[in-house]
Design a protein around this ligand. Structure first.
Ligand code: FES
Length: 154
């Protein structure tokens, strides 16, 4: 049995009644699980007669969809040009070492997911890190340690 199955059933029922879009349906699933679990996609595929391959194609096409579970805190390091020249690679190295994961992975305790992105549109703040969409600009090793301490305890 999949976690939060009642909510998933409700989403499927709403979709049938409202004739919504598949993207909207997948966004609703994302709100429940914070990623797209395989079991949820399979259930949608069979109950709504949408080919599973189509769901996976959409899931991999749009960056906002994830097929893997995400940690409680989503850490994203900008590695765009402006952030890169201001030290982003060292920030990524430190985070990978401290969290014991590579970019794109989630810690074993599901506390952190680390990702990199190419430009967050605030280049003057580089190097820039976001944690749960909150911007932390001009990040250095000292600020990074404080950030990690804060979110490790949260
Ligand atoms: S390059 Fe990092 S915000 Fe633009």
């Amino acid at each position: 049995m999949i976690e939060n199955e009642e909510k998933l059933d409700q989403i499927i029922e709403d979709f049938k009644i409202e004739q919504g879009t598949i993207i909207g349906l997948m966004q609703d699933i994302l709100e429940i699980y914070r990623y797209l679990p395989e079991e949820a996609l399979q259930k949608i595929s069979s109950e709504l007669e949408i080919p599973l391959a189509k769901l996976y194609t959409l899931a991999t096409f749009y960056n906002s969809f994830r097929l893997e579970p995400v940690g409680k805190h989503h850490v994203c390091v900008c590695i765009g040009t402006a952030c890169h020249v201001n030290g982003a690679p060292k920030i990524v190295d430190t985070l990978e070492r401290e969290l014991k994961i590579k970019a794109g992975e989630t810690t074993e305790d599901n506390r952190f997911t680390l990702e990199t992105v190419n430009c967050l549109g605030a280049c003057a703040l580089g190097p820039l890190v976001t944690v749960d969409k909150e911007y932390h600009g001009k990040i250095d090793q000292g600020k990074l340690k404080k950030l990690l301490k804060k979110y490790r305890e949260d």
